[in-house]
Design a protein around this ligand. Structure first.
Ligand code: NI
Length: 431
């Protein structure tokens, strides 16, 4: 242990993660940003540790595997319009007025919301990403960042994305940078090939919107020429070091096996897909084929919450209902999607489990409440997903630091951040 490295102890907490079949009462020690010991409950002396009393769950923090954080400033704009009208008339004109300061203000607002609902790591694809990185570092939040690349005839956006990687990849152990080609209908195929090659040369991952709407493939101009899977093979995207495909609503279920690869993760966004009328992803087919699926909220303008707890419940319940099969998408599977699967998708191979050597990204959930009566170590995942909610989060720990505790943001000024965001919103929508 390095001198001065912060050590924290959690006594008699109820530990669950996706590698356990049942929860277990344990003591947990973190040193610096890592989990260093997991001991039988009650081993540690009382008084010098956070006391769980066997009534506080400690699970991995949620990973929000797809989003556009600063869209918190656009929440509520153009509600319930058709997708293209919403984008073209309400969202894009406002986004044209964004600058670095506004994006940073909106991102900090998003980070407050995510921390208070149990998210410890978020994916972001947007603009002014150096300011997003600053916001994350100032708050101590983990993230996977990509510069959204649209068009890019002069190559300046790809350059900007690479500069983001030079400046921020690996910073404070918190940031992984990905390349961010927006979608096959906004990025020419030659550029998509170039980005795939760049990813292979640099070892960077890629975030890509993929088959979000039923019309996406015809809009891309590729319909009738090649299948989406041929496109991923032809551009080389399927072979990049780490490919995070957002949405995946319209993949043909019979093609699921193509995506069951160690370097590929889907970011499933059930609430955004419902709200924008994009459809319902054939999630059971993906899971059956062995595809790694994570959960995301998408931007606050199309959700409208950045609360993974909602995604857990929508992912698990929607499939049961539409397929008339209550055995689909079990609660433990949904929690796996929301934790370790998202971490892997963003290139963090030591995040998302409560395990010695893993990063100490975790949340504390108060089980001493009326709606948890009857929980036990075997049924905990079901209680969390079907009865729990983000209001049960009592602590959010990122890289060993408790950033949110009992309603307060320990290292962030809630009042200032919300006031700055409100002012940013006024500026942005007044233009
Ligand atoms: Ni998106």
């Amino acid at each position: 242990m390095e001198r001065g490295m912060m050590k924290r102890q959690y006594r008699d907490v109820v530990v669950w993660d996706a590698e356990r079949t049942a929860a277990e009462r344990c003591d947990v020690i973190t040193e610096g940003d890592r989990i260093t010991s997991i001991l039988p409950a009650g081993t540690l002396d009382s008084g010098c540790a956070y006391e769980g009393r066997g009534k506080m769950a400690l699970i991995p923090g949620f990973v929000n595997a797809h989003g556009h954080a600063a869209m918190t400033l656009l929440r509520g704009l153009g509600e319930e319009l058709p997708l293209m009208e919403w984008l073209q008339e309400r969202i894009w004109p406002v986004e044209n007025g964004l600058d670095g300061d506004l994006v940073k203000a909106g991102t900090k607002l998003a980070i407050l919301e995510m921390l208070s609902t149990g998210t410890t790591c978020f994916a972001d694809m947007y603009f002014f990403m150096d300011r997003v990185a600053e916001a994350a570092l100032e708050c101590g939040m983990r993230c996977g960042l990509s510069r959204g690349i649209v068009g890019d005839s002069d190559g300046s956006k790809l350059k900007e994305n690479l500069k983001l990687a030079d400046d921020f990849n690996g910073r404070d152990g918190l940031i992984n940078v990905q390349l961010g080609p927006h979608a096959p209908y906004t990025v020419p195929m030659e550029l998509m090939k170039e980005i795939a090659n760049t990813a292979k040369d640099t070892g960077l991952g890629v975030q890509l919107h993929w088959l979000e709407t039923s019309s996406e493939w015809s809009i891309s101009g590729l319909e009738g020429k090649m299948t989406p899977e041929d496109y991923l093979a032809e551009t080389g995207m399927i072979d990049v070091p780490n490919l995070l495909l957002a949405h995946c609503v319209w993949i043909r279920p019979q093609e699921s096996a193509f995506y069951a690869r160690d370097n590929v993760t889907f970011a499933h966004n059930p609430k955004s897909n419902l709200k924008l009328g994009s459809g319902i992803a054939p999630l059971p087919a993906y899971l059956k084929a062995g595809v790694r699926v994570a959960l995301g909220t998408d931007g606050a303008a199309s959700n409208n919450r950045l609360d993974i707890w909602d995604e857990l419940r929508f992912a698990a319940l929607t499939q049961k209902g539409v397929n008339k099969d209550p055995t689909l998408v079990a609660s433990a599977e949904a929690l796996r999607m929301a934790t370790v699967n998202g971490a892997i998708g963003l290139g963090f191979r030591d995040v998302g489990l409560i395990k010695e050597g893993y990063r100490a990204d975790m949340i504390l959930i108060d089980l001493d409440q009326p709606h948890y009566v009857g929980w036990d170590c075997e049924n905990l995942s079901g209680f969390l997903v079907y009865a729990g909610s983000s209001s049960d989060v009592k602590g959010t720990v990122v890289a060993g630091k408790m950033l949110y505790q009992d309603g307060d943001f320990v290292f962030a000024d809630r009042k200032r951040i919300t006031e700055e965001a409100a002012e940013a919103r006024r500026k942005l929508t007044a233009r």
